[in-house]
Design a protein around this ligand. Sequence first.
Ligand SMILES: [Zn+2]
Length: 430
Amino acid sequence: MNIILIAVDTLRADHLGCYGYHRATSPYIDAFAAESVLFESHISAAIPTHPAFTTINTGQHSITHGIVAHGGQRAIPRTAPWLPQLLGKAGFTTCAVDNLSQWHLDFHRGYEFYIDPTQRRALSINADNREINRRVLPWLEQHHAEQFYLFVHYWDPHTPYLPPRAYRKLFYDGDPCDRANTTLDGLDRHPLGEVWRETWFPQLGANITDANYIESLYDAEIRYCDEGVGALLEAVDRLGLRDDTLVVLTGDHGEMMYRHGIFFDHHGLYEGNLHVPLIMRCPGVTPGRVRELSSHEDLAPTLLDLSGVAVPEAMEGLSLVPWLRDETDAPTRPHLVCEECTWQMKWALRTRTHKFILARQPDVYGTPTRELYDLTTDPQELHNLAPDQPGLVWELETILEGWIRTKMEQNGLAEDPLTAHGLTLGKGRN
Ligand SMILES: [Zn+2]
């Protein structure tokens, strides 16, 4: 069996049709999801990009692999298990079409072929899906007779949202410069607000005032990227690979639009950032949906299990194969621990119904250091229940601190890894 892992950077689950979105952002992904098993509650437990992809490749929580923040100086331990390396040793021809290694060489580890579409210019997060497919499709044609593992990293939904002009009014028919519109008020408190007003928004027109317009451009980028995913899936069919190829689609982390005062970025441990798609089309597996909590640390164990490769003990995630095959109704886990240490220094405990967020440092928005949300009645996390439910806060905080202490002991850490590491991008702003 071959494996294709598609990661769309910055793709939140709830902006896809197959996850219930009201806009037609994802016709190709939706059709693919209808033939697949869709994990409804898949969580990126360590955000953003650098921790998330390290978790995907190691099957470990960030407290164990040590990459707790984006752009941290620490290298991924050479002793950590590494998915492409394990698949390569098991006989897969391994290929990545990706540019993460431009800032961290760790990310080309284990690949026989590492194709960087942006190699000839400075690191660009604007690598266009067509540019990426121009590298992916010829490689696939050349190597499809081998047993392969192919990792494809698309970037379109990442800021700045500047889709091709034909896509810019797909989901918007208002006046983006309406002076009465106040939805972008507060952008100046955002760590990147000034940069965007100077470099990104002017490319869209003078004096943009409507945050909904910017959000519609995020959706347009998803639609544009969806076509790239469609072209890749079409090549899989054309080359006769469908019946022998596992295709997995996910996002490294999501994106905040402007609720909670966080504009168009991936910081804050809210569902917009943590809830990402996981869709797996596996030969011989009946399509369906899994409601149980899953995490990026489950991806590597699951792919190894499906490939018949022993899952290293050092991987902490679960193989999701019993849920994928609908062989169990058991819960995967009672809760997940999430963290970020890039713009903000926070931990979160995500249960099946609630989220408790604990800040080790106050954030730039003046958010309380303890937040509690009931995700069943308040999926947008707009009503902080912490002041009214001190008993539940105490209970969840005890579980969270206990988990952190246990993991610190297991990993020989003397200090909470977030406070020991410090913020990488938010320094001096608190
Ligand atoms: Zn990312």
